[in-house]
Design a protein around this ligand. Sequence first.
Ligand code: C5J
Length: 239
Amino acid sequence: MTESPTAPSPVEATPGPFPLIAGKTALIVIDMQRDFILPGGFGESLGNDVNMLLKVVPPLTDLIAAARAAGMPVIHTREGHVPDLSDCPPAKLRRGAPSKRIGDPGEYGRILIRGEYGHDIIDELAPIDGEVVIDKPGKGAFYATDLQQILTEAGITQLLVTGVTTEVCVHTTTREANDRGYECLVVSDCVGSYFPEFQRIGLEMISAQGGIFGWVADSAAVIPAIAALPVDPVPASQS
Ligand code: C5J
């Protein structure tokens, strides 16, 4: 029997196969911003080893290329705040390291402030024309953003989740998406944490208990499944 063009392309994942569906899936790339990732930036100034995040870049580059080739929407997010910090709750502002807080001058401009060099996405993963960029004041990509409306209008029901950091913005966004009914596959080598133990445990938490809030697979499993999808000639509307 000939398969219907909309037949799912299964990804070998934990805790079980993830049925990737053409036209229903978007790739979300969370916070691949210079402030978190570049040597000399905010993340490193807090004592973190940015190599833990930099190693995500090559597999994520390949995954984004596969999504673009398949006509799959690619949605980027950036964590940050308006220059007067009116969208940054005092509790969040106070909790930074005392010497380096959101809005303070950093190596790449004011830390996590929209419009600053450090707030933007690293050159290697820069969005291309037509791709959605969500500016978010929180850790989750749904909080105080248009993301849900954009996904609904595009008919998206599944998310491939990537970016940094695994245990913070990736987790928060995946949990928010799961609560809203999206099926989420977190791509293990395309998410990164400064802390190896958080990376391992963070991934285990997602797929524990039969996939309590998602599936996990690496890019070597996801990319061939994307390539096997029928190419979406009209990618879901991107603004
Ligand atoms: C953090 C993020 N870790 N993108 N932000 O503060 O995970």
